[in-house]
Design a protein around this ligand. Structure first.
Ligand code: SF4
Ligand code: SF4
Length: 369
């Protein structure tokens, strides 16, 4: 039976989180068993873009620091690694997110995933193979393509940045991307996933949503189970998240809640996250399947730049896999004839000025719901 530890954690307090991390290791079999002495550990937080911790886009630095301090009692070989989306400056991401400072304070090396090894047709960061184990430290957020981003989706960061753009180009639809994400997860297979859901991002995630205190840490060996439990806590069925649905079909991990033992806060009703707002695009996952079959092709979501907020940084232009964005006069402009709806620009805009728009039918259905 799969196990997921669910713990309450109201704030980013170093000692409080360290105590919780200690409890997680103890519940799952003991720190010394899970982390053998001097093992090589790669920590994979979610470092999507250069945002301050209060924006809830990246894994919180205190969360990462707490994990490092617990692990340091077992090993000194610890690396932090990620590959932010698009063409964002990694140093700026480290500086703004606070992860750079944590690395300096704890004496831990930070690497940017650049070199890769091809496994089953997918480029996976070399550092994943250099380490004995990967510990995934995702941030819990909504996601415009995959409904949520948590344990499974965090592993997609192990694909170096430039290759990510190619993956989006060849797999623009949500379900296609979910398949690629799941394939990457299946290769990386973190030994442990510890989800930062103390503050989460609701609404138009993974970058343009609103921070929300959800007061939880979840952890388990199986990221599919961790995702299934957090999905249940926000009031969705696990199979409404495409990566979890595909994982179930492919027999990867355990997403059936009846087969997952909950440790810690074993009564999930007590820690339910009520009225958690999803991205507009999650509408398709919430409709009955017969209606999606009938109307799905006519429900459209598309990105649009709000010119007043655009600072002409050009990040969206570089992130677009099909060159559908130009900087014209005082703003970025999307050529909707070229756009393949991969939503990378929406994800990467540092000013959150690329908004998701709905066509008439989507607006009608959403207003009825
Ligand atoms: S839309 Fe956003 S990402 Fe694109 S140029 Fe403007 S501010 Fe930069
Ligand atoms: S304009 Fe945005 S959504 Fe359209 S293809 Fe380019 S990055 Fe993807």
């Amino acid at each position: 039976m799969s196990q997921v530890v669910v713990l309450k954690a109201e704030k980013y307090d170093l000692q409080l989180i360290k105590d919780n991390i200690g409890y997680i290791f103890k519940s799952l079999g003991g720190l010394d068993k899970i982390i053998p002495q001097n093992i090589k550990v790669l920590l994979k937080p979610n470092l999507l873009s250069a945002r301050v911790p209060d924006e809830c886009v990246d894994t919180h630095p205190i969360f990462v620091k707490a994990v490092i301090e617990v692990l340091k009692t077992r090993t000194s070989w610890i690396q932090i690694g990620d590959s932010p989306g698009g063409y964002v400056d990694y140093q700026e991401v480290l500086d703004k997110s606070g992860i750079g400072q944590v690395a300096r304070e704890t004496g831990i090396e930070v690497v940017k995933f650049e070199k890769s090894r091809i496994v089953d047709g997918l480029p996976i960061a070399e550092e994943v193979f250099d380490a004995d184990i990967v510990i995934s430290l995702p941030k819990f957020k909504t996601h415009c393509l995959t409904v949520i981003t948590a344990g499974v989706k965090n592993c997609f960061g192990c694909v170096p940045g430039l290759f990510k753009t190619e993956c989006h180009k060849s797999n623009p639809k949500g379900i296609e991307m979910a398949q690629v994400v799941l394939n990457v997860y299946d290769i990386v297979r973190p030994a442990l996933t510890i989800l930062d859901a103390i503050y989460s991002l609701e609404g138009e995630g993974p970058a343009a949503g609103h921070p929300r205190r959800t007061g939880l840490i979840l952890a388990g060996f199986d990221a599919v189970s961790v995702d299934a439990v957090i999905t249940h806590l926000i009031g969705l069925k696990p199979e409404q998240v495409p990566t979890t649905k595909l994982a179930h079909l492919k027999n990867i991990g355990e997403s059936n809640l009846f087969n997952i033992e909950i440790l810690g806060e074993s009564n999930l009703d007590v820690v339910k996250i009520n009225d958690f707002k999803l991205s507009k695009t999650a509408l398709l996952e919430k409709l009955p399947s017969w209606l999606t079959k009938f109307l799905g092709a006519f429900i459209k979501f598309y990105p649009e730049v709000i010119p007043q907020g655009c600072i002409k940084c050009g990040i969206c232009v570089k992130s677009c896999p099909v060159n559908a964005i130009d900087l014209i006069e005082n703003t970025a402009r999307i050529n909707h004839k070229k756009c393949i709806l991969c939503l990378c620009c929406h994800e990467m805009c540092p000013e959150n000025t690329i908004k998701m728009k709905r066509n008439f039918l989507a607006r009608i259905i959403q207003s009825i719901k």
